[in-house]
Design a protein around this ligand. Structure first.
Ligand code: PPY
Length: 285
């Protein structure tokens, strides 16, 4: 079987780097990397059986959650997370001109623009920031226009043979992004999970009614069992104003009996409850 891995494209994105780092952890003989035009499409490709795995960014240390990853996971059925990877993110500024004064527009993925906000305000105050679907999609504007710049990676600059004007432009030196490796629950013969001492379980739920204390009640289920939550995120349910879907990462394996009993109780106090399973986190340096 040739393992297919969906990632945000065109080639050279950070998501592709994460896919390559994931492959480095395994000795999978035959693999195809499949670039897609949006993060939503990568996850949908796995949900629809076009690809075996998706590697999608979920959270950045400066910019926070990647909303489209959460929203698409909520919309798709029967997906699970099998591994988390943390990758360091080092942005570079790419442009045809070395003269910053001549740059009129900076293109990049909104996450990358956000991670370099301070640098941009200080060094390119005259430019307009323009969002693209990915950091490498931004490079096509640099190829076409001498007054355009892009924020992308050193590797992408090499791949597209474009000049680097400035390195390490992210606002914090330790900038890193967490990626999830996602598959369909029923898919067999996937690369083995790399076990580490950090295992998480992720869930999402909507609440039956917008009542006082409804969220508190669900959080109490975890507190009563001393289950530590490492993240809670809300996203609009899109049904009506003020109605939310909550995403939770818990520091526990879904195999533990404490978690089973928490899930049972959650089932009773939530409207829709989705568990994305348990996964160990690997930090790539
Ligand atoms: O556009 C990319 O290269 C991505 O993979 C999305 C992204 C952008 C910035 C940091 C991490 C991931």
């Amino acid at each position: 079987m040739t393992l297919s891995i969906a990632h945000l494209g065109p080639p050279g994105t950070y998501a592709e780097q994460a896919a390559l780092a994931y492959l480095d952890l395994h000795s999978t003989p035959s693999t195809t990397l499949r670039p897609y035009a949006s993060i939503a499409r990568t996850i949908q490709s796995t949900a629809q059986g076009e690809t075996h795995l998706t590697i999608a960014p979920i959270e950045n240390s400066i910019e926070g959650s990647v909303a489209t990853t959460l929203d698409t996971l909520w919309q798709c059925s029967d997906l699970q997370i099998r591994q988390a990877l943390v990758l360091p993110i080092r942005h570079v500024l790419i442009a045809q001109t070395p003269n910053l004064q001549k740059i009129k527009a900076v293109y990049s993925h909104p996450q990358a623009l956000g991670q370099c906000q301070r640098w941009l305000a200080t060094n390119l105050p005259q430019t307009t920031a323009i969002a693209t679907n990915s950091t490498t999609e931004a490079l096509q504007y640099v190829q076409a226009d001498p007054s355009a710049a892009a924020i992308s990676s050193e590797r992408a600059a090499q791949l597209y043979e474009l000049p680097i004007v400035q390195r390490t432009i992210q606002d914090h030196p330790d900038n890193c992004t967490r990626f999830w490796v996602i598959n369909q629950q029923k898919t067999a013969d996937l690369p083995p999970v790399i076990e580490t001492d950090q295992t998480y379980t992720s869930l999402a739920f909507s609440l039956p009614a917008n009542q006082p204390g409804a969220l508190l009640k669900t959080l109490q289920i975890f507190a009563e069992r001393s289950i530590n939550l490492s993240r809670i995120e809300s996203r609009p349910s899109r049904r009506s104003m003020g109605d939310y879907v909550f995403f939770i990462d818990a520091e526990i394996s879904a195999e533990q009996t404490t978690f089973h009993s928490a899930l049972e109780q959650l089932q009773a106090s939530t409207e829709v409850l989705k568990s994305f399973g348990s996964y160990p986190l690997v930090t790539i340096s």
